[in-house]
Unconditional design. Sequence first.
Length: 281
Amino acid sequence: MTLDTPHAYVIGCPVKHSRSPLIHRYWLKHYHLDGSYDVAELAPEQLAPFIERLRAFENAGTNVTLPYKLDVMPCLDDIDSDARNVGAVNTIYKCNDMLLGTNTDVYGFLTHLSLSAPGWQKTTNTVIIIGAGGAARAILSAVKKSIINKVYIANRTISRAQILADEIHPAAEVVKMSEVPDILSSADLIINTTSLGMVGQPPLELDLSALPAHSIVADIVYSPLKTRLLQQAENLDLVTVDGLGMLLHQAVRGFELWFGIRPEVTDELRRLVEKSLEADS
């Protein structure tokens, strides 16, 4: 590898659980590209020096996972509107000797939603977002971009949800989790952005039976592939949107920025990632 060979990484702490190397190395091999994608688990004091080292390469970048999506921002020359709206960077790339930050989660969520539920915007007037953490920021930004009439943010801690609404979508209405059953009958799309339902975590306890027949149920959790929430929605013959698709499609933009080719999310790639998740469960 030379300084002009494209180099990409995923950084975080911990980071060994990341599926990004599997995804990007698949594309590098599939498109016969000369480049690398490596893992860098960094202590906090290593973050800024690592970002500076990226400047030595003609073409370099990195995915950013927890806990550094906010911490990397001061290290960069600029961030784009998606990162600014979300308030976090998950992808860094180099352009004209500048290190730039973006957030591809908005693109990943909207792309997968549109593929899983074609025409969803025509039937969606009311959205319920469950959670107010880091993932909720990207989902709320995506919903705001889609110009939905009514948006609810449901969270156990009202103050945290209100901060999220104030920063990203002031028109959103904040409700307690205990109030969600009362508004389900008006919801066209409900999205779980929490870790509830993930392997090792308790399930999201929510009875979906009051949802209209056309409703869409999305869950950003991808381990397991089918959470209890999605299984319940499937049993009710509702359209479901899993978290793995968002993971795969958010990776597309970063690969394009680093390696110059817009990759395709294939069935083969999805099966490869599914197999790796099953091995860990």
